[in-house]
Design a protein around this ligand. Sequence first.
Ligand code: ZN
Ligand code: ZN
Length: 162
Amino acid sequence: MMRKSIKGRAAPEDLPAALHRLETLCRERGQRLTRQRRAVVRQLLAADRALSAYELLERLRPEDGRATAASIYRTLDFLMELGVVHRLESKRSFILCRHPQAPHRVQFLICRSCGEVIEAEDARLAAATERLGDRLGFALDQRIVELTGLCGRCRTREAGPS
Ligand SMILES: [Zn+2]
Ligand SMILES: [Zn+2]
């Protein structure tokens, strides 16, 4: 399959597909797809934006009275390990991975107005970060690049009524 070097927003996966994939990943690791793991993925997919652990907790509480911030963080750690969820450091929040088929070095473009997050995968940028680390003697352990600005829609809106 051809892979373009730059990917933008991928079509959102539907819930059954996302859960099926997650179930397979869990099984491969001898792990269970617990109710909370399932619920966190469902909420992130439904929100279609990044959510903080506390926002997730708020959304999970009605269906799972035993959910706590600590349990949500454990679930998120697990989902990040599986590569299903990414952490946005600058927003202290979490987002569902848009193209989790393979390990990838991603960049996030985050709109500071509407909060839209686009996950992109630019191989050249990833290689450049790696080289930068090498050049400065850094062994990188966090390679996600977060860029903020205004998304296309918000730029049009700010430009005035059309
Ligand atoms: Zn991803
Ligand atoms: Zn925007």
